[in-house]
Design a protein around this ligand. Structure first.
Ligand code: SF4
Ligand code: SF4
Length: 284
């Protein structure tokens, strides 16, 4: 299967993420990589010209936000069986789109569907852009998705074009701090192995779609395990201000865990805090 990986307005973070996967070698073993900016010696223009002349491409991967007038990317998307946007910039426009109106994600601009390809775009195999959001996307999601395309040719996507396998659960699931969350015991300081980071430190785990606490980074860790809040980097509204703080109204988080009502939250969290086991309050 022939794969072309292009970068546009990007910090290269998703390539770095890919390289931290223990399975990164599979990219080169399982695919004929026609071009990747970090590994290829041939000129990008020459490869693109050849691909466009051939009129067919199996798999196009785009890393980075894209200018609206980027006809090269549009033309390549038009001849590709599958198009994958890897990382928040390629998916939503993200940081580059914040300062430039002409910058987009492939099929979204923040939460608005459309992007440079339009909301009805489908690749040759009938898929919308396959979106691997994240800043950067977890390496296991990148490798896993590319291999699934090659081996199965079938993907189950959510309403934002993201593989359900990686985006149908919340970062909160599998977090080692869940017991602290339930009893409303907040961590005393960043980096502490104990306590939850939701109540004061801005953790977005209960409203962010990712498997960061299931598919651990480098196989060993995640932000919340390291004592840092989840910043919600897989969602369209990342980055946001005050990443390290929980915005509160009258002592209640402005944004509650997905699906939890304000009334339910007030009732349950008040009781939970009152009856929290002593062993959870001990920081040592
Ligand atoms: S630290 Fe974040 S992800 Fe972990 S339990 Fe608390 S709110 Fe959930
Ligand atoms: S834990 Fe949250 S902020 Fe961190 S990488 Fe996962 S989704 Fe992004």
């Amino acid at each position: 299967m022939k794969l072309l990986w292009l970068q546009r307005l990007s910090c290269c973070g998703n390539t770095h993420s890919l390289l931290s996967s223990e399975e990164a070698n599979l990219l080169f073993e399982e695919f004929e990589v026609l071009f990747h900016p970090s590994f290829s010696t041939e000129s990008e223009e020459d490869v693109i010209e050849r691909v466009l002349k051939g009129g067919k491409l199996d798999l196009l991967v785009v890393e980075g936000a894209v200018k609206r007038d980027d006809e090269v990317i549009k033309n390549l998307c038009g001849i590709s069986d599958y198009v994958v946007a890897v990382g928040n910039c390629a998916v939503y426009g993200n940081i580059p789109a914040l300062s430039e109106d002409s910058v987009f994600g492939l099929q979204y601009r923040f939460k608005e569907k459309g992007g440079i390809l339009g909301k009805d775009f489908e690749s040759k195999k009938g898929y919308p852009v396959i979106n691997l959001s994240g800043c950067p996307a977890n390496p296991e999601w990148i490798v896993g998705t590319l291999l699934r395309i090659k081996w199965k040719g079938k993907l189950d996507l959510d309403e934002l074009g993201r593989p359900k396998e990686y985006y149908s659960s919340l970062t909160h699931w599998g977090c080692s701090r869940n017991e602290y969350f339930e009893w409303k015991v907040e961590t005393e300081k960043l980096g502490s192995p104990k306590g939850c980071l939701f109540y004061h430190y801005g953790c977005r785990g209960p409203m962010t779609h990712s498997t960061c606490n299931v598919h651990l980074w480098n196989g060993v860790n995640s932000k919340t395990r390291a004592g840092t809040p989840c910043f919600g980097c897989t969602e369209y509204d990342f980055p946001r201000v005050n990443l390290w703080e929980t915005k509160l109204y009258a002592g209640i988080p402005a944004e509650l865990p997905l699906g939890v009502s304000k009334r339910g939250y007030i009732m349950i969290s008040g009781v939970a805090k009152m009856f929290a086991p002593e062993r959870l309050k001990d920081e040592d």
